[in-house]
Design a protein around this ligand. Sequence first.
Ligand SMILES: [Zn+2]
Ligand SMILES: [Zn+2]
Length: 432
Amino acid sequence: MLQDVTVVTEPLVELYKDLHAHPELSFAEHRTAGIVAERLRAVGLDVIEGIGRTGVAGVLRNGEGPTVLLRADMDALPVLEDTGLDYASTARGTDPEGNDVPVMHACGHDVHVVSLLGATQLLAQHAADWSGTLVVVFQPAEELGGGAQAMVDDGLYERVPRPDVVLGQHVAPAPAGLVGAHPGAAFAGADAFQVRLFGRGGHGSRPETTVDPVVMAASTVMRLQTVVSREVAGSDTAVVTVGQLQAGTKSNIIPDEAVLGLSIRSASVPVRTRVIEAVHRIIRAEAQASGAEREPEITAAESFPVLVNDPDATSRVVGAFQAAFGDGRVIAPGAVTGSEDVSILSTAAGVPLVYWLLGGADPEQFAAAASRGTTLSDIPSNHSPHFAPVIRPTLDTGVAALAVAALEWFGPEGFTPERSRTDTADTAGSNG
Ligand SMILES: [Zn+2]
Ligand SMILES: [Zn+2]
């Protein structure tokens, strides 16, 4: 099967360029979803469209065995592309606030879509070599942190078989051809909150008749800074940022309310829980301390749970990568501060997740930058207007990695026939 990766990937290069040139914003992935559905049907999958608005799922039932869910996200970002590529995007879109914005696949989700289409095709064409049920999920709106939840809320797991494991990948500014997964907490949790603090307005000369929401907001902002310094252990990390603070219209008017916008990052599930609880407690308590007659309104906006890679499942995937690609192509990427919503799919199914990083940078450019010590400045990262994964071998590796990881569950015959299968029999059972 491994030798066919190149055969499968070759014609997908044109599709990659086409998707890159036609990016679509979160929950507007109509064209992409249509192409995905058509391609999945062409290789024999049962396809369900419109899950969580623009999500697409495909199912390939191939006999007895585990159910493996492979996931790709489809959305692009409001970024003006500046890569100079001949297939660069000039697309425009409408953001959630109604603004006309440029659109670019600046996070590489086009790599994810094409890699998963290639892996699906590979597995479908070699169905005689494995057995089980393949579920592929093409998710909308990862960038908003809402797409995975939208698919779950729209009955994803009533509409496709519940998986035994969720697998996926994100292209990253590491050399193309490399892959790597970090066991445990691998991507930070990110939560945004909008807070309305209610006071009682009045004349600036008569504060005794009012409950001043500006003072309430100021104390709240200051007290929130004690969450990380006083409630998070020195060995843990978290960030609480108040990036938005609005109140009032004129210096001698005490306003009725103040608005805060909060952004929270956390590197483990317990820390995230503790920080969010502390933030809620302080906001309510400061309102009470000010004598507010109405409880503050705290609205969760974007939310990305901490992404936790299951240690056992991760070691299986990493072992399969080492056997298929060789140790030299498997890196230990460590935990990253970025965020991802893929774990919503595994948590909702109550099953392990393995989410790995896929190198996308030109290996020669990367090596040159590394020898200068300038990889951080010279290799564009995700969300940059210059982010431009080299097409090959990024796609070849992306296709192969998904298939290799899936076959670790679907075995016994896959890319890694030289591996002893007996030593994985126990863990296979525990994931069933
Ligand atoms: Zn992104
Ligand atoms: Zn992304």
